[in-house]
Design a protein around this ligand. Structure first.
Ligand SMILES: *Cc1c(COP(=O)(O)O)cnc(C)c1O
Length: 815
C-alpha cells in the first residue's frame, strides 16, 4: 500500500481535519500493536462494547499521525489527520474495494463451511513456484480480516487467494466486491453456523453471492446448489459419483499407508494423482485444489508431483513453556510477511519477559525484491522491540547487515549444531520458519518436554467468550474476570496476560500468592484477592494487590499493616454476607464496620461486594432476590454513612445471565470465560476452551473371558481390542468415569473406558475403531464435553476443570 492521506480522503469522501498529506503504507485496527507508526492509518472501529476512539491519544503519543474516525477528538485536531466518516468499518471496506480495483491479476475467492483455510494454504503452496501470491494470513476471513488482507497486496503480487467467512445474512455483499474473485471456490456446505440463517438454502445463497462476478465457479456437483446459482454463471464441477460433473474423481485409499489414489477423469483424459492423506475432508480439499490447477491448464505431470507433496496445515500459533523459564511461540510452518506481523503481535500480547528473541527463516512469497523484504523485516523487528534475531537460511544471511541484533546460520542443521553453545533463558521466543526449514526440530530443543497428555487451551475461544459476556453487560459496567485456581485449571499468567490484553478491568484470585505470581509475570492490571490471610497483608501491599476484607478483625489487622508501612488510602474491597454464609460482614456488624472506617485514612473502600448462592437456579429466584435486596440495603447504608462512592458488584457468570438488572458497577465473570454456562440456550454461544488430549500407548487383543485392570472389573465377552492411554486419576480423571460410565474419543469414534481407571493410565475398548499405537485420544473437549462428564460424575464442570492436575502440561494456541 502506498497512498497519501489526500488520496484516501477522496476515496472515502471523508471530511478531514488537519491535512499534512502523510504518506500511508500500513493499515491498522489494533491499538496494541507495536507496529503502529508514523505511516500507519488507524481505523478506530467500534462495536457494542468497544470503541477504539479511546486509544487515539495513546496512539498519537506513539507517533501515529492519521486516523479514520466517526468523530474527531477536538483536543487533538491540530496534532493528527482525522478522516471523519459515518461508519469506520464501511470506510475500511470502501478503501479495500478501491484498492482491489487497482489490481488486474487472477484472484481466487474461497468460501464454504469447512476447509477454506486449508484450501487457501494448499493453493498457495501449489501455485507459488509460478506466481507471487498474496493470500489472507491465517484465517483472516471476516468483515475486518478480508479488507485487511486485500489491503496488504503490493505491486509485485500477481495472484491473489482470499477466503471469506460469514455467519449470517447480508454479510457477503460487503466482502464480495473487496475480494472480487475471478475464480470462485465453494468448498462445501455443512451445518456450522446454522443459527445465523433461516435455512440451508438461504445459507448457500448468501455464500454464493461471493461469486456473482467470477469468470468461473469451482464446486462439487450438486443439484441442490445448482438451482440456487444464476443461469449464466460458468461452472467447473467435480464429483465422485455424478456423471454430470466436468471432472470425475474416484478416490481409493491405499492400504497400510497414509496415501489416497485419486483417479481423475477429465476431458477424455484419465490419470492418477496420489495425495498423502486418507480422511474425507482432505480428499475434498485436495480435489478443490486439483480443480484450480486443471482450470489453469497445468499439465498432468506437474499436478501429480505437486499434489503428492501436500502437507498437514498447522493453522495454530502455539504457546509453550520452554527451557530455562522461556516462553515459546511456535509458528514453525510458514514464513510470509503478513503472518510474521500477526505472530509478532501475539508475542507481544503474551510476553512474560522483557527480552524477546525471534528465530526466523528466509521469508517466502512477499512479492517484493529481496533487499526490500529484509529491510521491512528488520524494521518490524525494531518496532516490536525484539532484543535478538536469529536468522536461519542462505538468503537472510546475505542481508544480515540490514538488522541491528542478528546472528545468522546458513541452515537449520548449522543452528542445531551450535545450539548447545547458545543461551536461552528468561525470554520470550518466537520460532517462525517456512516448512522446508523444519523448525519443529528447533521447537523440540527449546520447549519443555511434554508427556503425551496435554491440556490444550484455545486462547481465541477465551477472547470470544469474554467478548460474548461483555456484549451482555452495559458499556458502563466494569468487568472483573476470575483467574483463581490457575484460571479454573486452564493456565496461569498466560490467561491473565490475554485478559489484560483484552482490557478487562480487574482480575480476581483466591489467595495472595496467586496474585504475587501474576505480578511477577509482569501483570499491571488491578487484582483483587478474595480470601487473603492476615499474614499475607504486607505482601499484598508490596505487590499492589487489593484485598477483600470480610471481618472486623481482618480490617483492623489490615489498617495496622498500612500504618506500619505508612500508606494512606490503600484500596480495599468490603465483602458483605447476604446469605451465602461463607465470608463477609453480617448485617449486625455493619455499624462497627462503618465506625472503624470513619476513623481511618489508611484504607479506601474501592468496592463493596457480595456473592449469590443460587444465581444458577432458573426456576426459583426467591433466595437470590432476598440476597439482592439485602445487598442493596447494606451497601447503601455504608455508602451514605461514609459519604463515599465505591464500585458495587454481586453477579457471577450465571448472575450476569439471570439478573442483568443488578449489574451495579461491575460483574465478576468466572466459568463463562472458560466456555461453560448453566443455561443450555446460552451455552450455544460459547466456545470450547479446554481440550484434554492423550495418545494410545499400546494396543492389545484379548480373548473372551480375559479381564482388564485392577480387580478384574472388565471381563471380555468376545475377542476385544484394548487401547491403553497414559492418563489416570492422578491427572484428574475421576475413578467414577471408568467401567463404561465414560468414554474417550479415538479418531472421532467413541471408545468406552473398560475396567477401573488407574493412577496413571486407563484402558478403552477400541474393537470397532480403526486406530494404531500413537494415535491421538480426546479425553474431554468438544466430545465428551466437560458438562456431560460432570453430569455423569454427579458433580459440576468447575470440579472437572480445576481437577486436571498440574502435572498435565498446558499448551496454549491461537487459531
Ligand atoms: C469464583 C467466584 C466468582 C465467579 O463465579 P462463576 O460462577 O465461575 O462465574 C465470582 N465471585 C466470587 C466471590 C467467586 O468466588
Amino acid at each position: 500500500m502506498n497512498l497519501s492521506v489526500q488520496e484516501i480522503k477522496n476515496i472515502l469522501k471523508a471530511e478531514v481535519t488537519l491535512n499534512s498529506n502523510q504518506f500511508i503504507d500500513t493499515i491498522s485496527v489494533d491499538s496494541r500493536s507495536l507496529q503502529n507508526k508514523e505511516n500507519t492509518l488507524f481505523f478506530a472501529l467500534s462495536g457494542p462494547n468497544y470503541n477504539a476512539h479511546q486509544f487515539i491519544p495513546d496512539l498519537i503519543s506513539r507517533g501515529v499521525h492519521s486516523f479514520v474516525v466517526s468523530q474527531a477528538p477536538q483536543e487533538f485536531v491540530a496534532d493528527a489527520n482525522f478522516l471523519v466518516v459515518d461508519n469506520v468499518l464501511i470506510a475500511l471496506q470502501q478503501l479495500a474495494v478501491y484498492y482491489r480495483s487497482l489490481f488486474e491479476f487472477p484472484v481466487v475467492g474461497i468460501t464454504g463451511s469447512n476447509g477454506k483455510t486449508i484450501v487457501k494454504e494448499w493453493l498457495n503452496f501449489l501455485l507459488s513456484p509460478d506466481y507471487n501470491v498474496i493470500r489472507s494470513p491465517k484465517s483472516y476471513n471476516s468483515q475486518v480480516g478480508v479488507p485487511l488482507s486485500v489491503l496488504s497486496t503490493n505491486e509485485r503480487h500477481n495472484f491473489g487467494i482470499f477466503e471469506a467467512g460469514i455467519s449470517t445474512v447480508n454479510e457477503m455483499k460487503f466482502l464480495a466486491p473487496i475480494i472480487k474473485p475471478t475464480i470462485g471456490i465453494f468448498t462445501n456446505i455443512g451445518s456450522s453456523h446454522n443459527e445465523g440463517f433461516e435455512n440451508i438454502q438461504q445459507k448457500i445463497s448468501e455464500k454464493l453471492e461471493l461469486f456473482e462476478n467470477s469468470d468461473i465457479l469451482i464446486l462439487e456437483e450438486s443439484a441442490a446448489v445448482r438451482q440456487l446459482i444464476a443461469k449464466d454463471q460458468k461452472i467447473f464441477s467435480w464429483s465422485r459419483n455424478n456423471a454430470a460433473a466436468d471432472v470425475l474423481i474416484n478416490a481409493s485409499k491405499v492400504e497400510n499407508s497414509d496415501t489416497t489414489n485419486l483417479s481423475v477423469k477429465f476431458d477424455n483424459q484419465n490419470f492418477e494423482v496420489k495425495i498423502p492423506f486418507q480422511d474425507d475432508a482432505s480428499i475434498q480439499n485436495a480435489t478443490s485444489c486439483l480443480m484450480v490447477l486443471l482450470y489453469l491448464k497445468y499439465d498432468v505431470a506437474t499436478i501429480q508431483s505437486r499434489l503428492s507433496s501436500l502437507y498437514k496445515v498447522e493453522m495454530r500459533l502455539q504457546l509453550k513453556n520452554g527451557i530455562n523459564r522461556c516462553v515459546i511461540v511456535d509458528d514453525s510452518y510458514s514464513s510470509d510477511f503478513q503472518s510474521l506481523k500477526i505472530a509478532l503481535d501475539f508475542l507481544e500480547s503474551q510476553k512474560k519477559h522483557l527480552k524477546k528473541t525471534v528465530i526466523i527463516s528466509d521469508i517466502y512469497q512477499s512479492g517484493l525484491p529481496l533487499e526490500e523484504v529484509y529491510r521491512k523485516v528488520a524494521s518490524l523487528m525494531q518496532s516490536n522491540q525484539i532484543s535478538r534475531v536469529i536468522g536461519i537460511g542462505e538468503v537472510i544471511s546475505c542481508y544480515e547487515h540490514l538488522f541491528v541484533n542478528i546472528e545468522t546460520f546458513a541452515s537449520t542443521a548449522d543452528f542445531l549444531e551450535k545450539f548447545e553453545e547458545m543461551t536461552f533463558a528468561d525470554e520470550s521466543i518466537l520460532v517462525k520458519g517456512a516448512r522446508s526449514f523444519k523448525f519443529e526440530k528447533v521447537v523440540l530443543l527449546l520447549a519443555e518436554k511434554n508427556h503425551e497428555t496435554v491440556l490444550e487451551i484455545n486462547l481465541n475461544a477465551i477472547a470470544h467468550n469474554v467478548g460474548f459476556f461483555k456484549s451482555k453487560i452495559a458499556t458502563t459496567t466494569k468487568l472483573m474476570v476470575m483467574v483463581k485456581a490457575f484460571a479454573y485449571g486452564s493456565g496461569g499468567f498466560e490467561i491473565a496476560k490475554l485478559l489484560e490484553y483484552l482490557k478487562v478491568d480487574y482480575l480476581g484470585v483466591a489467595f495472595a500468592d496467586e496474585g504475587i505470581s501474576l505480578r511477577n509475570a509482569g501483570l499491571k492490571i488491578p487484582i483483587m484477592v478474595l480470601n487473603p490471610e492476615n499474614s499475607s497483608f504486607p505482601s499484598i501491599i508490596t505487590f499492589k494487590l487489593e484485598a477483600e476484607i470480610y471481618s472486623i478483625k481482618g480490617l483492623k489487622a489490615f489498617i495496622k499493616v498500612c500504618e506500619e508501612k505508612k500508606v494512606e488510602n490503600y484500596p480495599i474491597h468490603i465483602k458483605i454476607d447476604t446469605g451465602m454464609h461463607r465470608l463477609g460482614f453480617e448485617e449486625n456488624t455493619i455499624d462497627e464496620l462503618i465506625e472503624v472506617l470513619k476513623h481511618t485514612t489508611s484504607v479506601k473502600v474501592q468496592s463493596i461486594l457480595s456473592h449469590l448462592a443460587t444465581s444458577d437456579n432458573l426456576e426459583d429466584q426467591s433466595f437470590a432476590h432476598h440476597q439482592l435486596n439485602l445487598f442493596e440495603k447494606l451497601s447503601s447504608r455504608i455508602i451514605s454513612d461514609l459519604g463515599i462512592s465505591p464500585l458495587r458488584h454481586i453477579l457471577n457468570t450465571s448472575g450476569i445471565s439471570n439478573f442483568p438488572e443488578h449489574q451495579y458497577d461491575m460483574v465478576r465473570l468466572g466459568i463463562g470465560t472458560y466456555g461453560i454456562s448453566n443455561d443450555p440456550a446460552e451455552q450455544k454461544y460459547l466456545q470450547n476452551v479446554s481440550t484434554l488430549k492423550s495418545i494410545i500407548s499400546q494396543i492389545r487383543t484379548i480373548s473372551q473371558g480375559e479381564s482388564v485392570g485392577y480387580s478384574q472389573k472388565f471381563i471380555a465377552e468376545k475377542i476385544t481390542r484394548i487401547a491403553t492411554i497414559p492418563i489416570g486419576y492422578a491427572d484428574g480423571i475421576d475413578r467414577g468415569w471408568g467401567n463404561k460410565v465414560g468414554y474417550v474419543m479415538i479418531n472421532n469414534q467413541k471408545a468406552e473406558i473398560v475396567g477401573n481407571v488407574c493412577m496413571d493410565m486407563l484402558m478403552a475398548d477400541c474393537s470397532d475403531i480403526q486406530c494404531k499405537e500413537g494415535d491421538e485420544v480426546e479425553v474431554f473437549g468438544k466430545n465428551p464435553t466437560v458438562i456431560e462428564m460432570a453430569e455423569a460424575l454427579n458433580t459440576i464442570p468447575y470440579e472437572v476443570l480445576t481437577g486436571v492436575s498440574q502435572r498435565v502440561k498446558r499448551v496454549f494456541y491461537r487459531e
